[in-house]
Design a protein around this ligand. Structure first.
Ligand code: AGP
Length: 635
């Protein structure tokens, strides 16, 4: 969580930093701040609340400084108050630091620093860093590393880093070294941007992509000095590393709202395009059933050893990605006939299942930066590393950011190709994760011959139809859903039910509503209602039932009827042309009639729209809901 930015060059830094922070506000928005260096002084301005509060404070202040750092915060240590906002400075105000992550040993460091006369003005873990750097700057620098030789400031930062435990990325400026901006990474993302005589750094590329596409993501254990002359990268031991930037093929327009009121709505509308991108990237157009050639229906680029003798799959993820994993379990078990176990990454870390042989571990994370998912995967990789061959790690990541920490951690990745998602509530990345599971299951089913080729062909044809069907759905239904949603602006509780492959969609519908509208919502397997939750129902509790034609359709309708008998207001997510549905539901959110196996991609969309329009009607900040952040980089 938290977003950090930095700039050094010839332009006034403040405006560039603010623009960068705007692109990172999805990472946290409790408070924000900037520190710039000019005329031998640091100017630090911070504000509680969203970025516009900081902007308001900067109005009318002329600041031409060409070097600075900025931060947008998601509070971990210390309340979201101005004195806890970053940048933090040392006692003399000569060093300023922004940090994303957690310094685990900050209490011990703080006690030591206090005993040595340093004064603290916040409750944050970060504040120890400028004090440590200031201490090292006051000492003689032993010229014992390439780094120390290059810059005293750089070396003071490097020596401080060696004292820190935890996961963090930092950017540091000093009043006494106005031509240097120092950055470092240890398990939290940080990317450096290369311009013409100017350099940028940020937690994520959207903050710099409008200035330059030449980027260098720092690796763990690296520290770099940015100056108007260039960038030098070192490891924490102080050795110089040879690094070259690469070119991003990104269009900055993708991080604009393009006429939509919110990013979330834009991202919902982008879903047909995302499905097309996935189909184009992974389906093998040359494949035909019974073709004599060695063709596979999908091409994920995964090595055969990942699949060899596969007996089990375990999936680790959090939040919406966990819901995608739960759909994935149904798909993989049904098509490829492999037992699949799915775990919350945060739980798995402390209660891992006993090791099973020939098991593939799949980590799903749209951001690729979720701390719990990364830690669970790293633990599993380590746990299996010393085992005999059948139990050795077989790790696969499914992510929208292949360049992320997840991409570095695991050897194989399926890129979900959804494009950057800004809204905190995941929408297009969720359906892209589902697509990854369809492709993986088809690939496995084809290799293991668990599904007749004619059925694979039929499934692929169904997937190919989805983009057009969803486009039609959005253009014909969004208005109605908007009007319908307005009736729920004051509702206090919602229940979502589904069965089989659509049970995870009930969970996802409830999560979307909770996170952006702050309405209490629960998702249940429809058949479980009568075992307790049905006691919650009365005429004030709407029940959304996902009733897609297929193996459990009649069961869901019966469960819906049970809810109706308790006066619940029943909303059906179901195709319009089924008569019994019209009798049962008070309102139908009509969706395309597709094969049950691919129905989650269709059934989730009205639930995304329902949550969006209820939240928008309530006047809430849909893209940046309270207490949340897009990348949860703390445990
Ligand atoms: C989704 O709407 C949520 N914002 C959240 O549950 C999210 O899915 C979760 O934090 C996991 O994120 P990841 O996919 O980036 O790992």
């Amino acid at each position: 969580m938290c977003g950090i930015v930095g700039y050094i060059g010839t332009q006034p830094a403040s405006e560039l930093l603010l623009a960068g922070l705007e692109k990172l506000e999805y990472r946290g928005y409790d408070s924000a701040g900037l520190a710039t260096v000019s005329e031998g002084e640091i100017t630090c301005i911070r504000a509680k609340g969203k970025l516009y509060r900081l902007r308001e404070k900067l109005v009318g202040l002329e600041n031409l400084a060409g070097v600075g750092i900025g931060h947008t915060r998601w509070a971990t240590h210390g309340k979201p108050e101005e004195h806890n906002a970053h940048p933090h400075r040392d006692t003399a105000g000569r060093v300023a630091v922004v940090q994303n992550g957690i310094i685990e040993n900050y209490r011990d460091l703080r006690e030591g620093l206090k005993k040595r006369g340093r004064e603290f003005s916040s409750e944050t873990d970060t504040e120890v860093i400028p004090h440590l750097i200031a201490e090292f700057l006051e000492q003689e620098t032993p010229q014992d590393t390439a780094c120390a030789y290059a810059s005293k400031f750089l070396d003071a930062v490097r020596r401080s880093l060696l004292m820190l435990q935890g996961s963090f990325a930092i950017a540091v400026v000093s009043a006494d070294y106005p031509d240097e901006l120092i950055v470092a990474r240890q398990q939290a993302p940080l990317v450096i941007g290369f311009g013409q005589g100017e350099f940028f750094c940020a937690s994520d590329t959207p903050a710099i992509v409008s200035h330059t596409r030449a980027v260098l993501p720092l690796e763990n254990g690296e520290v770099a000095k940015l100056s108007p002359l260039g960038v030098e990268v070192y490891n924490f031991a102080g050795d110089r590393l040879k690094k070259t930037p690469h070119l991003l093929n990104w269009n900055p327009v993708v991080v604009e709202k393009q006429g939509f009121k919110h990013f979330m709505l834009k991202e919902i509308y982008e879903q047909p395009g995302v499905l097309r991108a996935c189909l184009d990237a992974y389906l093998n157009d040359d494949w035909k059933p019974d073709s004599a050639e060695e063709q596979t229906p999908v091409n994920l680029g995964l090595p055969p050893e990942l699949y060899a003798n596969l007996e089990r799959i375990q999936i680790l993820a959090c939040g919406t990605s966990w819901h995608a994993g739960l759909v994935g379990k149904y798909i993989l078990e049904k098509l490829a006939r492999i037992p699949v176990q799915i775990e919350y990454a945060s739980e798995f870390r402390y209660a891992p299942a006993p090791l099973t042989p020939n098991t593939m571990t799949i980590g799903i994370s749209q951001s690729g930066e979720t701390a719990d998912t990364l830690a669970a995967l790293a633990m599993e990789q380590q746990r299996r590393a010393g085992q005999p061959e059948p139990s050795r790690p077989r790790m696969l990541g499914i992510t929208n950011r292949p360049e992320s920490s997840l991409g570095h951690l695991v050897p194989h990745i399926i890129d979900t190709m959804a494009g950057i998602e800004i809204g905190v509530a995941a929408t297009k990345t969720f359906i892209a994760q589902l697509m990854a599971f369809y492709f993986l299951a088809i690939d496995l089913a084809a290799r293991r011959q668990t599904l007749p080729e004619s059925e694979i062909e039929q499934l692929i044809a169904g997937l190919r139809h989805l983009p057009g069907q969803i486009e039609l759905f959005l253009s014909s239904q969004e208005r109605q859903i908007e009007e319908f949603a307005h009736g729920f602006a004051d509702t206090r509780d919602f229940v979502f039910v589904g069965r089989g492959i659509n049970f995870p969609i009930a969970l996802e519908g409830a999560l979307k509503l909770k996170e952006i509208s702050y309405i209490h919502a629960q998702g249940y397997p429809a058949g479980e209602m009568k075992h307790g939750p049905i006691a919650l129902l009365d005429d004030k509790v709407p029940v959304v039932a996902i009733a897609m034609p297929g193996s459990v359709y009649e069961k869901v309708i019966s469960n819906a009827q049970e809810a109706k008998a308790r006066d619940a207001r029943l909303i059906g997510v179901t195709p319009k042309n089924i008569s019994e549905a019209a009798e049962v539901f008070d309102t139908i959110l009509p969706v395309p009639d597709v094969d049950e196996l691919i129905s989650p991609i269709v059934s989730v969309i009205p639930l995304q729209l329902l949550a969006y329009h209820i939240a928008a009607r309530r006047g809430l900040d849909v893209d940046q809901p309270r207490n949340l952040a897009k990348s949860v980089t703390v445990e």
